[in-house]
Design a protein around this ligand. Structure first.
Ligand SMILES: [Zn+2]
Length: 251
């Protein structure tokens, strides 16, 4: 790290759990962020500000006026612009030292696999079950940690599926249904603005910890947030031994 980097990251380096070594790990790490909306916006902002070396951001959608109430990486000027591109511009303003790769097309599961191969941590900041199930299968197959978040109305949830551990549950253990019927997207429902920030920044925090290998992750715990009454609850997650996705993949 040069003098400017030492200054930029000094408040991290001062943390004994991070230090010079932890910050170096961040600068050499790569996160794949799927979705640059409500969750992806704060997650990407914090990861870039923290000096994660490379971010890959996937979003095929364009910024819409209804997004601006909560997707804080996008500005009024970026309405109509692709979200990944708009996010990239914002991130370079905050930290030009971070490499931001963007994917502006809808990605297939094969493409997600190629992108995830290169990443240390994958963040599911998407808003639909098809993508959630696809990322779960991809990360399970590649044994990559998946930081999963969801938020709608006043309710949020966040967890880590760290597939480097053989005992890790998967997203499908938690939601065995394919879930089309229960699809609750912000696009069709209301969502309390700071809720997505709380869940998205929790995803960023878990990602940084995984990259530096510090503390206890949310592996095996699902955090549920009721923002209306401001209550967090933790539920213990275990693998479903009859899960159709992970039961025969892990031993
Ligand atoms: Zn499973």
């Amino acid at each position: 790290m040069n003098d400017n980097q030492l200054l930029r990251y000094s408040r991290h380096i001062l943390l004994p759990q991070v230090g010079y070594e932890g910050q170096e790990k961040l600068t050499q790490s790569h996160a794949l962020i799927v979705g640059a909306g409500g969750l992806g916006a704060p997650a990407a902002l914090y990861l870039a500000a923290s000096g994660v070396g490379k971010l890959t951001i996937c979003d095929f959608d364009n910024v819409d006026l209804t997004n601006l109430q909560r997707q804080i990486i996008h500005t009024t000027q970026s309405v109509g612009v692709n979200k990944a591109l708009s996010a990239q511009q914002a991130l370079y303003e905050i930290n030009p030292e971070v490499e931001v790769q963007i994917i502006q097309q809808k990605s297939t599961e094969t493409q997600f696999t190629e992108l995830a191969k290169d990443a240390d941590v994958v963040l599911d900041c998407s808003d639909n079950f098809a993508t959630r199930y696809a990322l779960n299968r991809v990360c399970l197959a590649l044994k990559k940690p998946l930081v999963s978040g969801a938020a709608v109305r006043f309710e949020g949830q966040v967890t880590v599926f760290d597939f480097r551990h053989e005992t890790s549950p998967c997203y499908h253990c938690l939601f065995p249904d394919e879930g089309e019927d229960q699809e609750l997207r912000c696009a069709d429902n209301g969502v309390f603005s700071p809720l997505v920030g709380m869940i998205g920044t929790t995803q960023a925090a878990e990602t940084l910890k995984l990259m530096m290998n510090i503390g206890d992750s949310l592996q095996g715990r699902l955090l549920l947030l009721d923002a209306l009454n401001m209550e967090w609850r933790a539920i213990k997650l275990t693998r479903d031994s009859s899960c159709l996705v992970c039961a025969d993949k892990l031993t």
